[in-house]
Design a protein. Structure first.
Lengths: 384, 390
């Protein structure tokens, strides 16, 4: 290197260098298009291909569900092809006529205010728990896990003592049953899942064995077989006069199934808590259960809240399976309505399924957005 | 010397633990005992037999899709069980392959730098993941496949098949004598190709010179069976399906129930696999790609030797979970009447025999066994993709 630095300069620029043209603009709509859609020949081809696909697929769908759709009418005649409407689209009139059936099932019409009241009480409880900075969330938990269940049973099942007529569960149906199965599933599986998760980490061999066996067994079999077990085997295992009614059996099956998955999620949360927390609590002299209840669980559940919501989403979708053991949930109501000869048109099925898909999509997508928001919030809290 | 009198807290806890264990065992034992006594009483009351004596009785019901020979009048419940199990394995096996291919494709598409491609893939994932599988199965079955043309208006397919609302009918290959030799030639070709690859790898390790063997290996696989096929006088013919007045004769029938279940399962699981793949690829630090590019590797080579091996490590465990979910979800077949294990066994057999305990227990045991076996296979595979740590 020394030789290089010692050598005399042989070149000195005399005139300014030639001016370069400015670089292509990167910002703006054009720059964005260029960067994201047309950055290379391959990308241009892909964009065109996808654009063609969208142009081919989207207009007919919009046409079917919105533009050509039939919005009102009292029977199938409105949704059949006619000279005025050679190619009718989705038959929303069918959904409108059957709507109250989709929500309440066969619940007596005069008593449906009770269901509405239940929905409101539930929405209130969910909002209280889901809003992370709501006041007095402890009271909210008590309301959700203690007050609400008792209130719901009195409201929906009826209590002659307070002047509410009894409504047998065989009359419940539609979205009401879907919501009940999902909420009971989550409300039972959370405490049960916590106990199972603690049991799985317990130092007592027998307890650990029970927890592990239960969790792994339930996670290894399909929900349908658990539901079959609940609906055909459960009545065998109790004395005949105590045989639980059909809905209750399905609820037990769903709750047991969900608690195994919940246990694994809670265990994930427990693993995220540093052992020093436990040791510190013990050093302060807290006994085991108070350590768990006051130190470990509040942190673990907070960390794992997004996963709990994800379990709830899966559970909400899985409620459709109670259909198989003859419970009248929302999907079952759609299936029943679809078969109504008064509304037999080529588009009735598609419309019914589209409506159901819309309902489930809105609920599940909403919940997953919520889970993501909570996750982002937690990530913010952990960043220092 | 108060120590000797007071039990230490340690001992107290140990005694408590033992007491707790006894209590747990006692409560569980009591529950099981009560359940057994009640079940025996209830079964006796309803006049239902117990035990597996029914296994060898004649089944007496028909099954719409049987991979092994089965007839309602002579076959036993045990045979029906195997028919159902094979149907479950068939739909789950094909479903896993399709879901993996589609899922990897969508997962990669979601990571594309092309905005439109990424958005389309994202829309697919969000839409499919948030709609219940059962609804999708019913949609494919009732709204799509059931609205295909009736038997009389069957759609003829190119090559001699038919499509109508009773299923898809394809020509059935009939293997004449000598076809075994073709299969044998194919196997020999494959083994030769594998040996060639192993040799090329060893050579590259020793000398550093890669040998391009792709085309030669392909030729090794394709050519021998073709030659043998021609030499043996083309020992293959097709029996074409014929549309009769009431049904379709001959050919291979693919039931609409099977197709609906397969579509729904693969499309649904693919959405989840896409998320798994995306997470796996994102888990590889960007520095790995940059380092590979700094070394002068091309993007395809970077993918193959740097990104994919590291991503697979992250992908395999959740992928296993998705496979298990697909297998378990195939039990939804019962909703549309595809004769899988649950439909045949906990459906027909349970209804005929009434032996709920045995039937449900066997079904659960089978799913447990399949789950354990699949986890085992995937764990073995996971070990091959795991990074050797020093």
């Amino acid at each position: 290197m020394a030789a290089l630095s010692d050598s005399p300069l042989v070149f000195l620029r005399q005139a300014p260098a030639q001016r370069l043209s400015p670089p292509a603009p990167r910002g703006g709509a054009f720059g964005w298009l260029r960067a994201n859609l047309f950055s290379s020949p391959g990308n241009i081809a892909l964009t065109l291909l996808c654009g063609l696909f969208v142009a081919w697929a989207v207009p007919p769908v919009l046409r079917f569900f919105l533009i050509d759709a039939v919005w009102s009418g009292s029977d199938r005649a409105a949704c059949l092809a006619s000279p005025q409407m050679p190619r009718p689209g989705a038959c929303w009139a069918f959904v409108r006529v059957w709507f109250s059936y989709f929500v309440y099932g066969f619940y007596p019409i005069g008593q449906r205010w009770r269901v509405d009241l239940f929905f409101m009480a539930l929405a209130f409880g969910v909002a209280w728990l889901a809003w992370l900075s709501a006041p007095r969330r402890g009271t909210g938990a008590v309301y959700f896990f203690v007050v609400l269940p008792i209130l719901s049973i009195i409201l929906l099942n009826g209590a002659p003592l307070v002047g509410l007529v009894r409504v047998p569960t065989s009359l419940w149906g539609g979205i009401l049953v879907t919501v009940i199965v999902a909420t009971v599933g989550i409300a039972v599986s959370l405490p049960l899942g916590i106990i199972l998760a603690l049991g799985r980490r317990s130092k007592i061999p027998v307890v650990r064995l029970f927890a592990v066996t239960f969790i792994e067994f339930v996670r290894g079999v399909p929900l349908i077989t658990v539901l079959f077990m609940a609906s055909v085997m459960l009545p065998l295992f109790v004395p005949e006069r105590f045989a639980p009614d059909k809905l209750l059996r399905a609820l037990i099956g769903v709750a047991l199934f969900a608690s195994a998955y919940m246990a694994e999620v809670v265990r994930g949360g427990l693993l995220a808590i540093p052992p020093a927390q436990f040791e510190a609590a013990q050093a302060l002299g807290l006994p085991y259960w108070r350590t768990i209840a006051l130190v470990i669980l509040p942190q673990a559940l907070r960390v794992t809240l997004p996963n709990i919501v994800n379990i709830f989403i899966a559970l909400f979708k899985d409620t459709t399976l109670v259909f198989v053991v003859g419970i009248f949930d929302f999907l079952h109501a759609i299936e029943a309505a679809r078969a109504d000869p008064k509304w037999a048109t080529p588009n009735t099925s598609v419309t019914g399924y589209a409506f159901a898909a819309l309902f489930y999509f809105v609920c599940c997508y909403g919940m997953s957005r919520y889970a993501r928001r909570v996750e982002a919030r937690l990530a913010r809290a952990h960043r220092r | 010397m108060t120590d000797a009198i007071q039990p230490s807290p340690r001992n107290a806890r140990r005694v408590g633990n033992i007491a707790l264990q006894f209590a747990v065992v006692a409560v569980a034992g009591g529950l099981v005992y009560a359940a057994v006594v009640n079940a025996a009483q209830n079964l006796a009351h309803a006049n239902i037999a117990s035990g597996f004596g029914f296994w060898n009785n004649t089944a007496g019901f028909d099954i719409s899709q049987t991979l092994i020979s089965y007839s309602a009048s002579t076959s036993t419940f045990g045979r029906a069980f195997w028919v159902g199990l094979l149907n479950t394995l068939l739909v789950a096996g094909i479903g896993i392959v399709l879901a993996t291919v589609l899922g990897f494709f969508v997962g990669i598409a979601r990571l594309s730098r092309n905005w439109l491609v990424a958005r389309l893939a994202g829309g697919y994932v969000e839409l499919i993941r948030n709609v219940p599988l059962l609804l999708q199965i019913l949609f494919w079955y009732n709204a799509v496949l059931r609205s295909l043309p009736e038997l009389g208006d069957s759609v003829p397919l190119r090559g001699g098949g038919f499509l109508n609302n009773r299923g898809l009918f394809l020509p059935r290959p009939e293997f004449a004598q000598g076809f075994g030799a073709v299969v044998l030639a194919l196997l020999v070709g494959m083994v030769a190709a594998l040996l060639l690859r192993a040799w090329a790898r060893r050579y590259q390790k020793r000398t550093g010179t890669p040998i391009p063997i792709l085309w030669f290996a392909l030729a090794l696989i394709v050519a021998p069976p073709l030659v043998v096929f021609v030499l043996a006088g083309a020992p293959l013919s097709f029996s074409f399906p014929q549309v009769g007045r009431f049904n379709v004769m001959g050919g291979v029938e693919i039931l609409p129930e099977f197709a609906a279940l397969l579509f729904a399962l693969s499309i649904y699981t693919a959405a989840f696999i896409a998320e798994v793949v995306r997470a796996g690829v994102l888990a590889v630090p960007i520095g790995q790609t940059e380092a590979a590019q700094a070394l002068g590797l091309r993007s395809a080579t970077t993918l193959r030797f740097v990104v994919v091996p590291q991503a697979m490590r992250v992908i395999v465990p959740p992928l296993t979970n998705q496979y298990l979910n697909l297998i378990k979800n195939s039990s939804l077949a019962v909703a549309i009447g595809y004769p899988d294990l649950v439909q045949v066994f906990t459906g027909s057999v349970l209804n005929i025999t009434g032996q709920a305990v045995e039937v449900v227990a066997v079904t659960m045991a089978v799913y447990l066994a399949i789950s354990l076996f699949t986890s085992l296979l995937m764990n073995l595979y996971g070990r091959t993709v795991a990074v050797a740590e020093r």
